[in-house]
Design a protein around this ligand. Structure first.
Ligand code: B12
Ligand code: SF4
Ligand code: SF4
Length: 382
């Protein structure tokens, strides 16, 4: 059984098990809870790309995302804060099966979806794919907790602390270490067959797992995967499989991606439209193009995502309920969003990712998109 998170066991109090047993347990716990990939990382674990994190902060590339500066030591080593932790379980859930070829119009800075999905309410096509339905934090946290309960009911005893964005964990780095995929130049975690339309979550546990790769060495495959990364097993997992491709760097409308991989978050449209509540830096309004909330351009152009959409692995289960477009979104047009009052915003968007923009943020974004459309940037179809 899982024990309450506020008990204070000594390190390594959780069950001890080998890799094959954990893989078998995850294989029965994940599918009922819509988890597509799962792996594990031994703690403490030196992070091979810790210097990228340090440079990100030192160069001010976190922009105004000050929450990223909290708990710096714990971010690089979770056992600083939670000395009982021995294994980090890492999970991924699909929210889209790749991006179809017509899904981005990078020359106009958006909008994703207008061409490929004429059936969507037009403003929804201007919303990043992860954000068109219900809030993924609620969905994925609930699913991870469900899977942990299932591990516990199989006889494992362990303490667990679960996070989806909400803790100081470099989730993509751990996902790579756990064998879930590689790190693209656009900084996304990419699975060779599923693409990067994956949301990540972690569970800090005191399980002791024998047979994991040495700390800091990436596993070549996940312990559970709805689809294998490649046809033949490889002994060592590559950190990146971008090769000579630089498409994401070239099409990013705000030049936010560094050529060697890495992001200037302060220049990313995702930051402006979500985190900054619709405030583009001075004089850069037009760069938002037709994007209303979030940005998928550096994923929509990625060959791994094109391939995932064109040739999904056979036998893939359907996407989890909740990631499709919310039917109620069709009741509004872009112009309605520009004047939506706070109460209506709260009633409509409370359990959705759009909540994070706040009412004024969504109104600003809608007004800017309308202005950009009038100026002729941002694609058609308001
Ligand atoms: C802050 C944040 C943002 C910021 C900054 C993003 C960034 N790239 O740093 C903003 C608001 C811009 C953002 C945007 C988006 N985000 Co965000 N975000 C986060 C958050 C909360 C923290 C990320 C962080 O710590 N960044 C700091 C940098 C230094 O860390 P990092 O990017 O993880 O990179 C580390 C390693 O992966 C490695 N590395 C990274 N890239 C590369 C490349 C190479 C070649 C190599 C060798 C190594 C390497 O070095 C770093 C140090 O360890 C995470 C959740 C979490 N706790 O991790 C979600 C998260 C990264 N976001 C996510 C998503 C879905 C998005 C968007 C797609 C949303 C959208 N459509 O608008 C965009 C994608 C933009 C992009 N290209 O990254 C997902 C990514 C899933 C995935 N498959 O990768 C996460 C994991 C949330 C989740 N729980 O699922 N996000
Ligand atoms: S999400 Fe958009 S703005 Fe941000 S790096 Fe990717 S393409 Fe650039
Ligand atoms: S678009 Fe190309 S460079 Fe960018 S992440 Fe995908 S494969 Fe890598």
């Amino acid at each position: 059984m899982t024990r309450a998170a506020d008990t204070a066991p000594s390190p390594g109090d959780g069950s001890r098990l080998d890799l094959a047993t954990l893989a078998a347990l995850l294989a029965s716990a994940c599918p009922p809870h819509h988890l597509d990939l799962a792996g594990a990382v031994n703690l403490p674990c030196p992070l091979p790309h810790a210097d990228r994190w340090r440079a990100f902060v030192a160069e001010g590339r976190h922009g105004n995302l000050d929450y990223l500066l909290r708990a710096p030591e714990a971010r690089l080593d979770p056992t600083v804060r939670d000395s009982w932790a021995r294994t980090l379980l890492v999970f991924a859930q699909r929210y889209t099966d790749g991006w179809p070829a017509g899904d981005a119009d990078p020359s106009a800075g958006g909008p994703p979806g207008d061409v490929a999905q004429p059936d969507l309410p037009p403003w929804t096509a201007r919303v990043a794919r992860y954000a068109r339905g219900l809030d993924y934090h609620d969905l994925l946290l609930g699913d991870i907790r469900g899977a942990l309960a299932s591990l516990a009911s199989s006889g494992l005893s362990f303490r667990a602390k679960v996070a989806v964005d909400t803790g100081p964990y470099l989730e993509r780095e751990y996902a790579w270490l756990a064998g879930l995929g590689f790190l693209g130049r656009n900084t996304c975690l990419i699975h060779e067959k599923l693409g990067s339309g994956l949301l990540l979550g972690v569970a800090l546990t005191d399980l002791v797992v024998d047979g994991l790769p040495p700390a800091g060495t990436p596993a070549p495959e996940a312990l559970y995967a709805v689809a294998a990364r490649r046809r033949r097993a490889v002994p060592l997992a590559p950190v990146s499989r971008c090769g000579t491709c630089t498409r994401c760097v070239e099409v990013c409308p705000t030049q936010a991606i560094l050529p060697g991989g890495g992001l200037d978050a302060g220049s990313c449209l995702s930051t402006w439209t979500i985190e900054h509540r619709g405030q583009a830096p001075d004089g850069r309004d037009a760069e938002q193009g037709g994007l209303l909330f979030g940005c998928d351009i550096c994923q929509a152009v990625c060959p791994w995502n094109r391939h995932a959409a064109a040739q999904p692995p056979t036998g893939l289960p359907p996407l989890r309920d909740g990631y499709g477009v919310l039917p109620a979104h069709a009741e509004l047009g872009l112009a309605d969003l520009a004047v939506l009052d706070d109460e209506a915003f709260r009633a409509r968007f409370r359990r959705t990712p759009l909540w994070r923009a706040h009412p004024d943020g969504l109104r600003h974004n809608a007004m800017r998109v309308l202005a950009n459309l009038r100026r002729g940037g941002g694609g058609g179809g308001a």
